[in-house]
Structure formats: structure tokens, C-alpha cells
Design a binder for this molecule. Structure first.
Ligand code: NAD
Length: 266
């Protein structure tokens, strides 16, 4: 591929939720730097388009259809990756959902909504690690990066399951890091601020009349004065997955335009 630095030549990378948003940008970035990328998703057309874009540029990518919030889906995702590319080096547990019906307080949150968010946002990270770690061990090590959120660190009204899922994601990151450090498997998390993806466009545009004002508010919440782009997440994920971050594990990195640095009184 053009501009291939070769930083990930020969590496096998799995990106869950790789058809859109941050997953898409990160899958493309890994492929540009030489990785073989398995895009695990349920959005067939979008995922096929990402694979076509990567392969047309000479990169290597394959689409695996799997709902990673289920044990069978996660197992399929890992098995199909190993079958396609012979192993596993990097797992980007990117997938996460925040459906419209989840924006309410605890007493109005349907149990099924809580369960689905937990399944996709946290259990999938556990399941992908569970099935992926044996293959990393076989390669002598690996890297797992979990996509959490600033919402795992601070909170707001109307997001009980999403907030809880992101806190759990950070806790799982620390636990896995401690458990597998001796096997040279590093485990890290990122905490994005607001990033311009389909998920955020849906969240900000729940009421189309207030979309522009919501976008402006979201931008203002970040000291850098704008929301982030998916490519700005991809740069950080690739760094964390690279040998440049070889002494990092059990840590999270905020990629939030300074949002978490700002006090509520500021
Ligand atoms: N966008 C933001 O501002 C923001 C901020 C902080 C954290 N996050 C987190 O970043 C991650 C990526 O978010 P995004 O905004 O790029 O999301 P997105 O909705 O734009 O893309 C998510 C992708 O995941 C796929 N997906 C959903 N459920 C799936 C399942 N069960 N199995 C397989 N694939 C599935 C979707 O089809 C889609 O391709 C999520 O974990 C999200 O919670 C997002």
C-alpha cells in the first residue's frame, strides 16, 4: 500500500466494529502499515466496502461477520481470523453501542437494553480476549486495546448502562494486563472524547432541529474547541499496539482534546 511504513508487516490484527467510525479508520491505518486485518462486524455492506478500499490499495483485509456480544460470535471471529491469517498479534476491542433507547435514567432503562449494552460493550471485550489470548500466547505475546470512553471516568445524566459498561471496560483492562503481563501480552485502553462517527451523529441528531447546537456544544466541551476525527484515534491505537509502547500495559490514554483535564468549574 502507498506510504506503508512496514511497522506492522506480518502482524495479524482483529478490529471489532471495524466497518464504521473509529474501527474503520483504525483498520485502514493498520493495513496501510502492513498488517493483515480482520474486520469483525455485522454491517455487511459497510464492512465489504472497507475491505474493498483496503485491498484496492494493495493492503490485506478480510470481513468476518460475527456478533461479538455472543460467545459463539466471538469464537467464530477469532477462529476465522486464525484460519485466514495463521495467528493473532493485535486485538482492537473497539466495538460499542449506545442505542437511542438507552438515553434515560436507571428506573426507565429496560433490562434488555442494559443487558445488550453490557454484552456488546464489555462482554465482547472479555470474550474476544478469552478466545484470542491462546493464539497470542502461541506467537510469544500480543497486544489488546479496549475502546472505553471518557464516560468511564466522569459521568452525566441519562446514560446508566453505557457509563457502567465503560467503567467495566477500564477495570477489565487493568485485570487482564496484570494477569497476562508475564506472557508478554500488553493490555491497554483508550478513552476517546466526542469523535465524529455514525454513533455520535445519531446521538447528537436524535432531534434534527438541535443537531447543529448539539455539535457546537460538544465542540465547546473540548478545550481544543472541536470534536475529534476517527483517524486521530487510529494514530493512538497504532502507537499503543507498536513496539514504541513496549513498556505500557494496564493503562488508559485519553484522546479527548483535553476534556478530562478541564474542571467542571472552569
Ligand atoms: N464516537 C464517540 O464519540 C465515542 C466516544 C467515546 C467512546 N466511543 C466508543 O468507541 C467505540 C467505537 O465507536 P464509534 O463511534 O466508532 O461507533 P460506530 O457506531 O460509528 O461504529 C461501531 C461499529 O460496530 C459495529 N457493531 C455494533 N454492534 C456489533 C456487534 N454486536 N458485533 C460486531 N460489530 C458490531 C457496527 O456495525 C459499527 O460498524 C465504541 O466502543 C464506543 O462506545 C465512541
Amino acid at each position: 500500500m502507498a506510504n506503508n511504513s512496514g511497522r506492522f508487516n506480518g502482524k495479524v490484527v482483529v478490529v471489532t466494529g471495524g466497518a464504521m467510525g473509529m474501527g474503520q479508520a483504525t483498520a485502514a491505518a493498520f493495513a496501510r502499515e502492513g498488517a493483515m486485518v480482520a474486520i469483525v462486524d455485522v454491517a455487511d455492506a459497510a464492512a465489504e466496502a472497507v475491505v474493498a478500499e483496503i485491498t484496492n490499495l494493495g493492503g490485506s483485509a478480510t470481513y468476518i461477520r460475527a456478533d461479538v456480544g455472543t460467545g459463539a460470535g466471538a469464537a467464530t471471529a477469532i477462529e476465522a481470523t486464525v484460519k485466514a491469517y495463521g495467528g493473532l498479534d493485535v486485538l482492537f476491542n473497539n466495538v460499542g453501542i449506545q442505542p437511542a433507547e438507552s438515553y434515560c435514567n436507571a428506573e426507565n432503562t429496560p433490562e434488555a437494553v442494559w443487558d445488550r449494552i453490557m454484552d456488546v460493550n464489555v462482554k465482547s471485550h472479555f470474550l474476544m480476549a478469552k478466545y484470542g489470548i491462546p493464539h497470542m500466547r502461541a506467537r510469544g505475546g500480543g497486544v489488546i486495546i479496549n475502546n472505553a470512553s471518557v464516560q468511564g471516568l466522569q459521568s452525566m445524566p441519562g446514560v446508566p448502562p453505557y457509563a457502567a459498561s465503560k467503567g467495566a471496560c477500564l477495570s477489565l483492562t487493568r485485570q487482564l494486563a496484570v494477569e497476562y503481563a508475564h506472557e508478554r501480552i500488553r493490555v491497554l485502553a483508550i478513552c476517546p472524547g466526542t469523535i465524529d462517527t455514525p454513533l455520535v451523529r445519531i446521538a447528537l441528531g436524535r432531534d434534527p432541529d438541535t443537531y447543529a447546537a448539539n455539535l457546537e456544544n460538544a465542540a465547546r466541551a473540548h478545550p481544543l474547541g472541536r470534536i475529534g476525527q476517527p483517524e486521530e484515534i487510529a494514530h493512538v491505537v497504532l502507537f499503543l499496539a507498536s513496539d514504541g509502547a513496549s513498556f505500557m500495559t494496564g493503562e488508559y490514554v485519553c484522546v479527548d482534546g483535553g476534556m478530562m483535564a478541564k474542571g467542571a468549574w472552569a
